[in-house]
Design a protein around this ligand. Sequence first.
Ligand code: HEC
Length: 120
Amino acid sequence: MGRVALACIAFAIVVVACAPEPPATDPIARGRQVYRQLGCPSCHEPNLLGQRIGPPLDHIGTVAATRRPGLSAQEYIRQSVLDPGAYVVPGYQDSMPRDLGRDLSPTDLDALVAYLSSLK
Ligand code: HEC
């Protein structure tokens, strides 16, 4: 195979690897995409030093149901995204950005809530 052909194949691989993922149709898969696109992992997953700014969300689907009396897990998660200061998890700063959910479509917000609720 010629060098040009190899270069073309390498280029094609880079283009495919860098292209944005198409929006998933399954709500939970879509919610995971939204979670990554909005940068939630930058605070909710450990950085290279093993530290994190926000609480772990690995079991938020279960934890959320226990946070505020009268709020279901889904209601609590939705409120945590739209109005993070409404309840501040003990031991953490009220430092979650206020505008993360602002530009989300209702479908993407529902998908984000469905994804987080699925983390039992
Ligand atoms: C700049 C850091 C930061 C970013 C980015 C961030 N968060 Fe948070 N988040 C926090 C902190 C700190 C808390 C704990 C304080 C509080 O309750 O507001 C928190 C709390 C939460 C909680 C409540 C957790 C619990 O145990 O009750 C949820 C749910 C949550 N964040 C979801 C998200 C989602 C979804 C995104 C992306 C759209 C996101 N966060 C982005 C910092 C962040």
